[in-house]
Design a binder for this molecule. Structure first.
Ligand code: GDP
Ligand code: GDP
Length: 436
């Protein structure tokens, strides 16, 4: 399923990020405590009346040293390109400013629905402040106070009402959907072209999504694949395309639709912070991951180079300890064939189900070998475990007190599960619950 996208636009300081944070709520990040991941919240998911959607705070996308007014225009352009519903935020305290009018002028050109918000109406007695905003010509303004959560029901009703019913297309279950994720110039489009080179290819525009979202289907050795939304194939020469935040935004929507993310790294440049950040998103989204070290032709190598790289990746991206690593060259196509086995395996493990009684045997053996921890004289007791979902495999462990299942013991159990069932290429989630 492709979720509809809602983009928030408006000049600085009207309350966009406050609104964004309130819509996405206090979604607890599963990797918040893990080192190596810097969170950068301009894109997240929200839900209202059972409808799920993604939200972008375009205010978080900075475009180099562009002057103020131009930044705002680019942000509006991104919203018009990427979103299904645009939330245009203004603020009651300042009335309509020149910058608001500029944004409105941009939005007149879009066919997409616009929800007009007049924020900072903290006192509902001053609701008449919103009337002047009718003159923007973008429909009925909705008064909100992001600080107090006033008007959010009305706002979310309007957002959901304007969302497209169904979006995009889904593929059959046995198709492996994957995307190539990485910072600009690591070789994503070269690798895509190399992979597609000899195979029969169907390129499909997805109805209802942004005009240049492209999925490419191909078959290799009887297995069907879809390469999703490949960044390199959509270059349109827009100014903001090369900014990091924008590429992250594109990556996030591709990650979301993928079963497996290929994290592409440029061997000639080494591993940098931005690589880790992008990889962190795939991990956090619970996707299967294969790490691809590309441009293997471009570096000096000896018999230790590969091992050194492996060590570097394992140290720097320890949260991806389950991800296989492949080394190849998109340019010369050397070692290209080594990609498919780990890709297939990661996809398979991502949707693996284990038998409940075997699962419980493994957990109980693990407890017997390494007794559960105690805290303040209380010992963790594990009663029963069950797999509740796949993609990624997710296990619920019923215990006496979930607080007693500390990170290190959880990690131990995870390792035991990995040894027993071989979840190479996929994250697995363990959730502790009290037994009723
Ligand atoms: P952005 O630049 O548009 O993302 O704006 P922010 O969300 O960062 O908000 C700018 C400032 O306005 C912050 O100090 C917020 O606390 C404040 N703010 C946001 N929403 C409201 C509101 O509804 N009422 C009041 N009084 N202040 C608000
Ligand atoms: P993207 O921005 O990640 O899609 O990167 P591109 O595929 O556009 O590649 C960026 C540059 O790296 C181009 O000049 C490519 O020719 C070059 N490149 C890509 N893959 C390889 C490779 O395996 N080896 C070498 N030497 N260069 C490569």
């Amino acid at each position: 399923m492709v979720l509809p996208v809602v983009a928030i636009v408006g000049r600085p300081n009207v309350g966009k990020s406050t609104i964004f944070n309130r819509i996405v709520g206090s979604r607890v990040s599963i990797v918040e405590d893990e080192p190596g991941i810097t969170r950068d919240r301009i894109y997240s998911s929200g839900e209202w009346l059972t409808r799920k959607f993604n939200v972008i705070d375009t205010g978080g996308i900075e475009i180099g040293d562009e002057p103020f007014m131009r930044q705002i225009k680019y942000q509006a352009e991104i919203a018009m390109d990427e979103a299904d519903v645009i939330v245009f935020v203004t603020n009651a305290r300042d009335g309509i400013t020149q910058a608001d009018q500029e944004v409105a002028n941009m939005l007149y050109k879009t066919k997409k629905p616009v929800v007009l918000i007049v924020n900072k109406v903290d006192d509902i007695n001053f609701k008449e402040q919103i009337y002047e905003f009718y003159s923007l010509g973008l429909g009925d303004p909705i008064a909100t106070s992001a600080i107090h959560g006033i008007g959010f029901g009305d706002m979310l009703d309007q957002i959901v009402l304007n969302m497209p019913e169904k979006k995009g297309m889904d593929y059959e279950e046995d198709v492996i959907k994957f995307s190539l994720i990485g910072r600009p110039n690591v070789g994503k489009s070269s690798l895509t072209n190399a992979l597609l080179g000899e195979e029969r290819v169907i390129v499909s525009d997805i109805a209802g999504t942004t005009r240049d979202a492209i999925d490419t289907e191909f078959t290799k050795d009887g297995q069907k694949y879809v390469v999703i939304d490949t960044a390199g194939m959509r270059k349109r020469g827009k100014v903001y395309e090369t900014t990091e935040k924008y590429s992250v935004l594109r990556a996030l929507s591709a990650i979301e639709r993928s079963d497996v993310c290929l994290i592409v790294i440029d061997a000639s440049k080494g591993l940098i912070e931005q690589d880790k950040r992008v990889a962190g998103y795939a991990h956090e989204a619970g996707k299967a991951v294969v790490i691809v070290v590309n441009k293997w032709d471009a570096i000096e190598k000896d018999d230790k180079t590969m091992r050194d790289w492996e060590e570097l990746i394992r140290t720097e991206m320890s949260f991806l300890d389950y991800a296989p690593i492949v080394f190849l060259s998109a340019l010369t196509k050397k070692r290209l064939h080594t990609l498919f086995e780990p890709l297939n395996l990661a996809a398979e493990n991502h949707k693996k189900r284990v038998v409940t009684h075997v699962l419980n045997d493994v957990i109980m053996d693990a407890v017997a070998m390494n007794p559960t921890p105690t805290h303040n004289g209380q010992r963790l007791r594990i009663y029963y475990a069950t797999q509740v979902s796949i993609q990624p495999p997710t296990f619920v462990i019923f215990v006496n007190d979930p607080e007693l299942l500390h990170f290190s013991y959880k990690r131990y159990l995870e390792n035991r599960l990995r040894q027993a069932f071989g979840f190479e290429g996929t994250p697995i989630h363990i959730i502790a619950r009290t037994r009723d």
